[in-house]
Design a protein around this ligand. Structure first.
Ligand SMILES: O=C(COP(=O)(O)O)[C@@H](O)CO
Length: 275
């Protein structure tokens, strides 16, 4: 049995629902970091008490090559590990793709679906996002579905319509049984990456409230909505404090482990002051 040779952490770690945890503070490394660089990031996390912190749900989404070593390294912490994409089929002739079975086997408990870079560069559509979200849920993975308006949609006042279409589509094929976990991330396309403009926290909060309403109307229950796009040490608290923002999904500002921990500490301290 292959499973007999896997570290206990990967075979034994049961995935509990993440819904209801708040704030989420996570990072995707996108197409960055070798396994050595990933290990160095984990070493810094492991040395910090924040890695075991229960006041926030931390997550890290490495490239596929580093999922297994990162999941193993962080298995003794409260940091969960995800994958940046997944196919909707369990296996088969899909060269270059990766299945929910495979990411789960590697130690991922969460999977990012429909990031704007995948929608833009790899023709990810609302239909494929729906198939992937349903597949992730079917396999007991938490689906982290990214939705967002383009600059043209924002300028045309079409943000709400774009978010409604993407949200309804993502939920359309999910079988809602106990433990089905879907989280959304509102990531304005105009806000992501170099040259992106961070969304005004009040504007972002309004979009989150609207997405939550759509979710409630569509499936009769609420789901968390995180914010992503040019989150940095200066705006993290203002965003995280907003009532409808359930967490932060960070790119560039969290790729250095010490910077990531800095944001986590700042947000956790600010939110605990409010309690
Ligand atoms: O793309 C994201 C945000 O990237 P930034 O570099 O923070 O703009 C989000 O999905 C996290 O990867």
């Amino acid at each position: 049995m292959v499973g007999d040779f896997l570290p206990a952490t990967r075979t034994n770690r049961r995935h509990k629902s993440l819904i209801g945890r708040r704030p989420f503070i996570g990072t995707s490394w996108k197409m960055n970091k070798t396994r050595g660089e990933a290990a160095a990031f984990c070493d810094v996390l492991l040395a910090s008490p924040m890695a075991r912190c229960r006041d926030a749900q931390l997550f890290v989404i490495p490239p596929f090559t580093a999922i297994a070593p990162v999941a193993d390294a962080l298995s003794c912490t409260n940091v969960i590990v995800g994958a940046q994409n997944v196919h909707w089929e369990d296996m088969g002739a899909w060269t270059g793709e990766i299945s929910p079975v495979q990411v789960k086997d590697a130690g991922a408990v969460l999977v990012e679906i429909g990031h704007s870079e995948r929608r833009t560069h790899f023709s990810e559509s609302n239909e494929t996002v729906a198939l992937k979200t349903a597949a992730a849920v079917r396999h007991g993975l938490t689906a982290l579905v990214c939705i967002g308006d383009t600059r043209a949609q924002f300028d045309a006042g079409e943000t709400r319509n774009a978010l409604r279409r993407q949200t309804e589509a993502a939920l359309s094929k999910v079988e809602w049984r106990d433990g089905a976990d879907v989280i959304f991330a509102y990531e304005p396309v105009w806000s992501i990456g170099e040259g992106g403009t961070p969304a005004d926290p009040g504007f972002a909060d309004d979009q989150h409230a609207a997405v939550k309403e759509i979710v409630e109307r569509t499936i009769g229950r609420s789901l968390p909505v995180l914010y992503g796009g040019s989150v940095n040490p200066d705006n993290c608290v203002a965003l995280a404090r907003r009532p409808h923002i359930d967490g932060l999904f960070i790119g560039r500002s969290a790729w250095e482990a010490s910077n990531y921990l800095g944001i986590v500490e700042t947000v956790v301290a600010a939110l605990s002051d409010e309690r």
